[in-house]
Design a protein around this ligand. Structure first.
Ligand code: CMC
Length: 438
């Protein structure tokens, strides 16, 4: 893959002041979005690097999977708006779309669902990994360990250069993550593991493995199943975020897909990324009541406090995160189904949002609610413990990670990821013997 030339074959010329040297760089255009200066020959031509900590202005790859317009609050998967997918599609259909580029027809959809379903069980030996963890281990720690361990069990799908191996490892990851996640939860509360049932849909099966016990029948509410499926769709992919970039970077070395997804899970864990949904609930609990909101907002605005309004702000969205709007609607549906009226957390969140959206600090910085602001409230109402929120994000994002990983492996222009740096440490100096050191 390589981007096409920008309209009119536009270029960018960079002149090194005082050195009488310049280079002309091609400008590449995507389908939509800003053009991109191709700086690959900059070092050769001028002997300089670019500096972009956090990669805010750097496109690290070409991708056909997801497009975000952060100013307008638009999110497209393979061209389809997230609102339409969340309303009309299913998580597995979105998984097919992300992996293969098109929505499946009826036959393709059936085959894909069957492909995933056939892989929901874990190798029985993987069970013993759980016993190695403390019962109070954070389930994300268990996820990192058990998903990484998959590399040691599924040797017949580790050849990244074989398209069939890539397909099977994608099926395995998508199918087994809910089982791994539900068992992490069951282990933490000391209940028996519940095996997957292939006569249940993806989201339904996950809720079943999370909530059922062997001693009773367990019926999953269709409304909660639909809400769970929608939450999974909303988290399925989000372009080149920190965890996806981690997966791509790990994958660029030729590491196997299970190892790469384990790396993605580790990256997702942080509170600035997937850990934010857990942090939102902790924050709401700390605020406690609507009357404490002004004090909390003052702390957030105080640069010395290090307090942030969790669930607000985004590197790319400088507008309402479109996923947050759908999440807010879903939140009301779920609370309605569960008969929860006047939920104090929801009341607190709504008031916090109302104040923040009018406060000059947040308005000036274009800080709006992101996907995590309401997801925690829904998940809590559905009975998920706070520590499982980010795990659920990981289950959903596995689809995006493996799609992006597959796209990268199949890209002939792919090279090992290897950023450069501006070195500001000591220049060369001579070793000092211990006796001579002060
Ligand atoms: N609360 C208060 N101030 C904030 C917040 C916030 N949540 N987010 C950004 N700011 C301020 C920040 O202090 C800075 O102000 P100033 O210009 O005066 O120094 C300005 O806004 C720009 O912030 P930044 O840190 O340069 O922005 P970033 O793009 O590096 O960070 C972010 C993006 C998501 C890490 C950040 O907004 C944040 O920490 N949000 C809270 C955590 C959160 O909700 N994360 C979930 C993101 S969505 C799901 C996902 O991707 O996983």
């Amino acid at each position: 893959m390589s981007g096409s030339a920008a309209p009119g074959n536009q270029t960018v010329t960079i002149t090194l002041d005082g050195a009488d040297r310049s280079t002309t760089l091609p400008l590449l255009a995507g389908t939509v979005g800003p053009s991109v200066a191709d700086i690959r020959k900059l070092y050769n031509d001028l002997g300089i690097f670019t500096f972009d900590p956090g990669y805010g202005g750097t496109a690290a790859c070409e991708s056909k999977i997801t497009y975000i317009d952060g100013d307008e609050g638009i999110l497209l998967h393979r061209g389809y708006p997230i609102e339409q997918l969340a309303e009309n599609s299913t998580f597995l259909e979105v998984a097919y779309l992300l992996l293969n580029g098109e929505l499946p027809n009826a036959g393709e959809r059936h085959d894909f669902e069957q492909g995933v379903i056939r892989h929901t069980m874990l190798h029985e030996q993987l069970r013993s990994f759980y016993n190695g963890f403390r019962r109070d281990a954070h389930p994300m720690a268990v996820m990192c360990g058990v998903v990484g361990a998959m590399s040691a069990f599924y040797h017949d799908s580790l050849d990244i250069n074989d398209p069939h191996h890539r397909k099977i490892s994608a099926f395995r990851l998508i199918a087994k993550l809910p089982t791994i996640a539900a068992w992490a939860y069951k282990y933490s509360i000391g209940q028996p593991f519940i095996y997957p049932r292939n006569d249940r849909g993806y989201a339904e099966n996950f809720l079943y493995m999370m909530n059922a016990v062997p001693t009773e029948d367990y019926k999953v509410s269709p409304i909660l199943t639909r809400a769970m499926d929608r939450i999974l769709i909303l988290h399925a992919d989000h372009e080149q975020n920190a965890s996806t970039s981690t997966v791509r970077l790990a994958g660029s070395t030729g590491a196997n897909p299970f190892a790469c997804i384990a790396a993605g899970i580790a990256s997702l864990w942080g509170p600035a990324h997937g850990g934010a949904n857990e942090a939102v609930l902790k924050m709401l609990a700390e605020i406690g009541s609507v009357k404490n909101i002004p004090d909390f907002i003052s702390k957030v605005k105080d640069k010395n406090s290090n307090v942030r309004l969790m669930g607000f702000g985004h590197r790319v969205y400088k507008n309402y995160d479109p996923r947050a709007k759908i999440m807010q609607r879903t939140c009301h549906e779920v609370l309605g189904e569960l008969g929860i009226k006047d939920d104090p957390l929801l009341e607190l969140a709504a008031e916090l949002e109302r104040i923040a959206l009018h406060d000059e600090y947040f308005v000036a910085r274009k800080l709006y609610p992101n996907v995590d602001f309401y997801s925690g409230i829904i998940l809590k109402a559905m009975g998920f413990p706070t520590s499982m929120f980010t795990v659920l994000f990981a289950v959903a994002r596995t689809v995006g990670w493996i799609s992006q990983w597959k796209e990268m492996i199949e890209d002939p222009a792919q090279r090992i990821g290897r950023p450069r740096q501006i070195y500001t440490g000591p220049a060369r100096r001579e070793f000092v013997e211990l006796a001579d050191r002060t």
